[in-house]
Design a protein around this ligand. Structure first.
Ligand code: FAD
Ligand code: SF4
Ligand code: SF4
Length: 478
C-alpha cells in the first residue's frame, strides 16, 4: 500500500481529545484520550517526509520519525512500533511527557504556515497499540556473558541502561532507595500526565527480562546502606543514575513557617496517595486550603494542577517574570488555567506572613527591564509594588540541585563539577573512578526524561564496551 503522505495541506492538525476540565478535576487520570486508529493514521499522513527531518534532529533520541509516521499512515503499526522502539526504550512515556513543542514538533518544518505533525501523540498511539496487541516483548539476551553490572537508581536513565545491558547478556542489579521502580516517573510526575500503570508495565517487562531490583536499598555511607566500594566489589561495573533531589530553597522573613513545603515532598505524597499508600490524614494535602505555588517551571505546573485536584479553595502560581518568559511548557500553563489555576505574573515573594503557620505571602510586583548578557530580559521591582496574597499552604518549586554525593557516599575521589553534578568523560560516561559510570540528571543537572533515556542507553553501550575490553585484555597480554 502506498502512503498517502503530505496531506498537511488538506488535513488540519488535531491533538487527541482532552477530557473536560470538570471531569479532570475529579481524578488524577491522564487528561488526553488516545487517538482512534483512523485519526492517528490521518495525522501521521500529514508528514511531508523531509529529506533532512528536523523533527529527528531535535529529538534527543534521534528517532526515525518520518519512517514510523509513514508506516502508521499505511496502517503498518507493528512495523511502526519496531522502528520507533529501536531508538527509544520507553516511547509511550516520551509520547506522553516530552515537551514536544520544544523538541520534535517545535522543529517540524510544516510548523511554518501549517501546524506541526502531532508526533508525540502518534508515538504514544503506536506504542499503546503495540502493548494491546502483545507486540512488546522483553529484550531477552541471546547468551549470558557471566558479567554483572550494578545500577544505582531506578529512574529512566537507570532503567534504560538496565534494559540495554541485560539484552547484551550482563546480569543487571538495580538498587533504589525508594520502594517502587521509576524514579521521578513514579513519585515526581503526577498521574494526570503519566498514569502509574504505564511505569509498572515497563517494570514487569524488565523483570521478565531478568533485571533484578533491590528496592528500599539506598547506596551510601550510612547504616543499612550499601557502600559504593561494596558495589564495585560485587559488580564488574557500576552505573550511577541517582538524579538530582536537593530542592532549591527560598529565604526571607518567615521562610521557616509551618505550611511552607518543598514541591517534591508535596508531589510524592500525592502520588503515594494515588498509588493507595496510607498517609497521615491531611499531611501535605491542599484540600480546603488557599495554596500559593512559587516558581514557573514544569514542577510548579504539576503542583498547581495537583492542588486543584485535591480540592484547594484557591490556587495561585507566583512567578517573577511574565508568561512569555516562563520556563514551563505553554501547553501545561493552558491546561492549568482551564482547571482553574490563577497565574500571578511578575510577582516575586518577599516575605511569608504568620505566627507559627503561614497565612500569606507578601510579594513584590516586578517589571521587565533591558536584556542581560544572555539576551534574557532582566527584572526589576516596580516602585510601591508590594502586595499580599492569602495562603495557608505555600509550595516551593524553584528547581533542584544534586545532593553532595562524594560527601554522602564517603567517596572523595568521585569528582564533581562546580554545580555538584558528577564529572564524566563525555564520550565514555566514566567518572573519575575506573569502572564507575554515571548518566541522567546526576550528570546533566535537572533535565528531561528523554535525555535520561538517551544517556542511559549510551552509557550502557560504553559499559558493555569497557567490560568487553577488560575481558580481552588478559588474552592480549598472553
Ligand atoms: P530520577 O528519575 O530522579 O531517578 C533517580 C533514582 O535514583 C530515584 O528513583 C532515586 O530514588 C534513586 N536514588 C537516588 N539516590 C539514591 C541512592 N543514594 N541510593 C539508591 N537510589 C538512589 N521531564 C520530562 O521530560 N517531562 C516532564 O513532564 C517532566 N516533569 C517533571 C515533573 C517533576 C515534578 C520533576 C521533578 C521532574 C520532571 N521532569 C520531566 C524531569 C524528569 O523527571 C527527570 O529529568 C528524569 O526523571 C531524570 O531521570 P534520572 O533517571 O536521571 O533520575
Ligand atoms: Fe518527540 Fe520525545 Fe518522541 Fe523524540 S522521544 S519524537 S522528542 S516525543
Ligand atoms: Fe515530517 Fe515534520 Fe519531520 Fe518533516 S519535520 S519529516 S514534516 S514530522
Amino acid at each position: 500500500m502506498s502512503a498517502p503522505m503530505l496531506s498537511f495541506v488538506s488535513v488540519p492538525q488535531a491533538q487527541p481529545d482532552k477530557r473536560t476540565a470538570d471531569a479532570r478535576l475529579k481524578d488524577f487520570d491522564e487528561i488526553y484520550v488516545d487517538f482512534a486508529r483512523s485519526e492517528a493514521e490521518r495525522q501521521a499522513s500529514r508528514c511531508s517526509q523531509c529529506g533532512v527531518p528536523f523533527c529527528s534532529v531535535h529529538c534527543p533520541l534521534g528517532n526515525n520519525i518520518p519512517d514510523w509516521l509513514m508506516l502508521t499512515a499505511e496502517g503498518r503499526l507493528e512495523e511502526a512500533y519496531a522502528v520507533s522502539s529501536a531508538t527509544n526504550t520507553f516511547p509511550e512515556i516520551c509520547g506522553r511527557i516530552c515537551p514536544q513543542d520544544r523538541l520534535c514538533e517545535g522543529n517540524c518544518v510544516i510548523e511554518k504556515g501549517f501546524e506541526s505533525v502531532t508526533i508525540g501523540a502518534v508515538e504514544r498511539f503506536v506504542t499503546d497499540t503495540a502493548f494491546e496487541q502483545g507486540w512488546v516483548k522483553p529484550a531477552l539476551p541471546v547468551r549470558e556473558l557471566g558479567t554483572s553490572v550494578g545500577v544505582v537508581g531506578a529512574g529512566p536513565a537507570g532503567l534504560a541502561a538496565a534494559e540495554r545491558l541485560r539484552a547484551a547478556g550482563h546480569t543487571v542489579h538495580v538498587y533504589d532507595r525508594h520502594d517502587r521502580v521509576g524514579g521521578l516517573l513514579i513519585y515526581g510526575i503526577p498521574g494526570f500526565k503519566l498514569e502509574k500503570h504505564i511505569v509498572a508495565r515497563r517494570q514487569k517487562l524488565l523483570e521478565e527480562q531478568g533485571v533484578v531490583f533491590h528496592l528500599n536499598q539506598a547506596i551510601g555511607a550510612g547504616s543499612g546502606e550499601v557502600s559504593l566500594g561494596q558495589l564495585r566489589e560485587r559488580h564488574d561495573a557500576v552505573l550511577i543514575a541517582t538524579g538530582v533531589y536537593k530542592s532549591r530553597d527560598i529565604g526571607g522573613p518567615g521562610s521557616g513557617l509551618a505550611g511552607i513545603v518543598p514541591a517534591l515532598d508535596y508531589l510524592t505524597a500525592s502520588n503515594r496517595r494515588s498509588l493507595g499508600d496510607a498517609l497521615p490524614e491531611g499531611e501535605l494535602d491542599a484540600a480546603d486550603k488557599d495554596v500559593v505555588v512559587i516558581g514557573g517551571g514544569d514542577t510548579a505546573m504539576d503542583c498547581v494542577r495537583t492542588a486543584v485536584r485535591q480540592g484547594a479553595r484557591s490556587v495561585k502560581c507566583l512567578y517573577r517574570r511574565d508568561r512569555a518568559n516562563m520556563p514551563g511548557s505553554v501547553r501545561e500553563v493552558k491546561n492549568a488555567e482551564e482547571e482553574g489555576v490563577e497565574f500571578v505574573w511578575l510577582a516575586a515573594p518577599e516575605a511569608f506572613l504568620g505566627d507559627d503557620t503561614v497565612t500569606g505571602v507578601r510579594a513584590q510586583r516586578m517589571r521587565l527591564g533591558l536584556p542581560d548578557g544572555t539576551g534574557r530580559q532582566s527584572i526589576e521591582p516596580e516602585p510601591d509594588g508590594l502586595f499580599t496574597v492569602k495562603a495557608d499552604m505555600v509550595i516551593k518549586a524553584l528547581g533542584f540541585d544534586p545532593e553532595p554525593l562524594p560527601e554522602q557516599w564517603d567517596a572523595e575521589d568521585l569528582e564533581v563539577s562546580r554545580w555538584g553534578t558528577l564529572k564524566v568523560d563525555r564520550e565514555r560516561f566514566e567518572t573519575s573512578l575506573p569502572g564507575v559510570f554515571a548518566a541522567g540528571d546526576i550528570v546533566r543537572g535537572a533535565s528531561l526524561v528523554v535525555w535520561a533515556i538517551r544517556d542511559g542507553r549510551d552509557a550502557a553501550t560504553q559499559i558493555h564496551k569497557w567490560i568487553k575490553e577488560r575481558a580481552l585484555a588478559p588474552l592480549a597480554a598472553e
